[in-house]
Ligand binder design. Structure first.
Ligand code: BG6
Length: 511
C-alpha cells in the first residue's frame, strides 16, 4: 500500500462514539500495518475537558474493543507507540473566537512533529455543525492549500432533503474546493462493495449478460436484525429512507447499474455512478403508494424474548410514523437497463443482518427440459453477498442423476473466508487511508448526492402531504410487511429470503 504524506488528522467530535468505535481503531489498524506516514498525529477536538493522557486512555479502550487487526502481545507495544501520536484540545466548535487558539495549537504541533502543514479535518459532529466549522476554518486561513494540503471529511447525513443538501453543498463550496471535499458513504469503503466493480468488469462471463437482454430484475437488500437502540432521537428525524436508501442503497444500485468507467480513477468512476443516479425514473408523488412500501416494527417475541416496538424505544414519539423499513421498485431509464425493475429494501429488526445484491437472469427462451412449470420458470441468480459472509453465489440448473432429464437448481458458492490469510479492512480504514492519499474515488461527489436526493424527494413529499399512505406495522423479527411482496408483480417471483421469520407472532398489522 502507498504511504500518505506526513499530516495531522483533526477530528471534530472526538469525545463522541464514532471516534471511539470507528475512527481511531481504523487509524490504529493502518498504523499496525505500517501504512501511515512517519510523521503523523491525531488531534481530537471536543467540548469535554480532557487531558492528552485521558484522551489516550479512552482511545486505548476503543482500540482494544474495535480494532480489527490481531490483538496479541506484539500489538500492545504498537498500541502504546500509537497512543503517543494522539493529542486532545478542549474546544467549542461553535465559538468563532476559539478558532485562533485551534490554529495556534495546530501549527505548534505541526512544527514540533514536522507534519508539513498538511491537515485533514474530520467532521464527526452533529450535522448542524457542518456549515459552521468549515466556515470558521476558512476565516482563519485553514482551508487554503498554499502551504500544505487541507482536506475536509463530512460524515452522513449529507442534508435532510434536496434543499438542505444543496445548501450544504453551496456552503461547503464557498470555503473548500470540490477536490478538498470528502463526503463519506461508508458503504463505498466496504471491500465487497468495491468487488462489485471487479466482478463486473474483470470477468468476461458476466459483463455480456449484465443488461436488459438477459437480466429480468435486480434485487438489493440491506437488512439489520437490531433496532434503533439508543439512536431513537436521531432516527425519529431520519427514518430508513434518509438513513439507508438515499445514500447506501442508491449507491449500490449505481455500482450495479453503471457503465464501465474509462479509467480506474476518481472522476471516471464517479462520472459513471452519477449517470445512473441521474437516469433513475422519478416516482411521481401520486404513484408513491404503488411503488414504495414503508413499515415500522412493532413489539413481538423473537427467539423467546419479548422485543420492543419502535414506538417504545427511547427518544421515539409514541405515535411516531417514522419508517424503519422501506421497500421499493424503480427503473433506470437508459439503454442498458430500460424496462428492468430494480427492487430494493432495507429495515431494522428483520430476522438477520445481510446486505446482498441479487441479479435475476431471464429464463431460457425455450424450456427444453421443462417437465413441470416450476422448473420452466426457474431463473439463474447471481447473489453478491456484501456482508456478512462476504462472497458470491451462482444458482444454476443441473441434471438430476438418473432417468430422464429432470433439472434441479444447485449452488456454486464462494466465501471470502475461504481465502487463506484474507484480511478485510474495515470501511473506515480504507476510506481514511484513501483520503490521506488524496484519493476521493470512494467518496460521494456533490452531483451524485444531489441526484440521489432528487430521486427521493417525491417520496418524502408524498409521505409528508398524504397521511393516507400507510405505515405498515411488522412484528420485529420478521421480513417486514407482507405487502412488500406485491411490489414484485410476477406471481411466481418473490424476494430472496436468506432466512425465515424469527418472530413467533407472524401476524401483520396496520398502524
Ligand atoms: C448507517 C446508518 O449509515 O448505516 C445506520 O445510519 C445503519 O442506521 C448503518 O445501522 C448500517 O451500516 P452497516 O455497515 O452495518 O451495514
Amino acid at each position: 500500500m502507498k504511504i500518505p504524506k506526513n499530516h495531522i488528522l483533526v477530528i471534530f467530535g472526538a469525545s463522541g462514539d464514532l471516534t471511539y468505535r470507528k475512527l481511531v481503531p481504523a487509524v490504529f489498524d493502518l498504523y499496525d500495518q505500517n501504512v501511515l506516514p512517519e510523521k503523523f498525529a491525531i488531534l481530537g477536538l471536543g467540548r469535554t475537558a480532557l487531558s492528552d493522557e485521558a484522551f489516550r486512555e479512552k482511545m486505548k479502550e476503543g482500540i482494544e474493543k474495535f480494532a480489527l487487526n490481531k490483538k496479541d502481545a506484539s500489538v500492545t507495544e504498537k498500541v502504546n507507540q500509537f497512543l503517543d501520536k494522539l493529542y486532545y484540545h478542549a474546544f467549542n466548535t461553535k465559538a468563532e473566537e476559539e478558532y485562533a487558539g485551534l490554529k495556534d495549537k495546530l501549527f505548534t504541533l505541526d512544527s514540533q512533529l514536522g507534519t508539513d502543514k498538511n491537515f485533514i479535518f474530520y467532521l464527526a459532529t452533529p450535522p448542524s455543525m457542518y456549515t459552521v466549522i468549515p466556515c470558521h476554518l476558512a476565516k482563519h486561513g485553514l482551508s487554503s492549500e498554499e502551504d500544505g494540503f487541507r482536506r475536509l471529511i463530512v460524515e452522513k447525513p449529507f442534508g435532510y432533503d434536496l434543499e438542505t443538501a444543496n445548501k450544504l453543498n453551496e456552503s461547503l463550496l464557498k470555503d473548500f474546493d470540490e477536490e478538498q471535499l470528502y463526503r463519506i458513504d461508508h458503504y463505498l469503503g466496504k471491500e465487497t462493495v468495491q468487488n462489485l466493480l471487479v466482478t463486473r468488469f474483470s470477468n468476461a462471463i458476466y459483463e455480456p449478460l449484465w443488461n436488459r437482454n438477459y437480466v429480468s430484475h435486480v434485487e438489493i437488500t440491506s437488512s439489520e436484525s437490531i433496532g434503533v437502540g439508543n439512536r431513537g432521537g436521531y432516527y425519529e428525524g431520519s427514518g430508513a429512507l434518509r438513513d439507508m436508501v438515499q445514500n447506501h442503497l442508491l449507491l449500490l444500485a449505481g455500482l450495479v447499474g453503471m457503465e464501465p468507467p474509462a479509467l480506474i480513477n476518481s472522476n471516471s468512476i464517479r462520472n459513471e455512478i452519477v449517470k445512473v443516479l441521474q437516469s433513475l425514473r422519478p416516482i411521481k408523488e401520486e404513484d408513491v403508494e404503488k411503488y414504495v412500501i414503508r413499515g415500522q416494527y412493532v413489539g413481538s417475541t423473537v427467539k423467546g424474548q419479548a422485543v420492543n416496538g419502535y414506538r417504545e424505544e427511547n427518544g421515539v414519539n409514541p405515535e411516531s410514523r417514522t419508517e424503519t423499513y422501506v421497500a421499493m421498485k424503480f427503473f433506470i431509464d437508459n439503454m442498458r437497463w430500460g424496462g428492468v425493475p430494480f427492487y430494493i429494501r432495507t429495515g431494522k429488526m428483520l430476522p438477520t443482518r445481510v446486505t446482498e445484491v441479487v441479479i435475476h437472469f431471464k429464463p431460457t427462451p425455450h424450456h427444453l427440459f421443462a417437465s413441470n412449470s416450476a422448473i420452466a420458470q426457474q431463473q439463474n441468480q447471481l447473489v453478491i453477498r456484501i456482508q456478512p459472509d462476504e462472497g458470491l453465489l451462482l444458482k444454476f440448473g443441473m441434471k438430476v442423476p438418473g432417468a430422464g432429464f429432470n433439472v434441479q437448481n444447485v449452488n456454486m458458492d464462494f466465501h471470502y473466508s475461504e481465502l487463506a490469510d484474507t484480511y478485510l479492512p474495515s470501511a473506515y480504514e480504507r476510506l481514511l487511508h484513501d483520503c490521506m492519499l488524496g484519493d476521493s474515488t470512494l467518496y460521494s461527489r456533490g452531483d451524485a448526492v444531489k441526484a440521489a436526493w432528487e430521486f427521493v424527494k417525491p417520496i418524502q413529499e408524498a409521505w409528508k402531504n398524504n397521511d393516507q399512505i400507510k405505515v405498515h406495522g411488522y412484528p420485529a423479527g420478521t421480513w417486514g410487511p407482507d405487502v412488500a411482496d406485491d411490489l414484485i408483480e410476477e406471481p411466481h417471483l418473490t424476494w430472496r429470503y436468506p432466512c425465515k421469520n424469527l418472530a413467533n407472532d407472524g401476524n401483520y398489522c396496520e398502524l
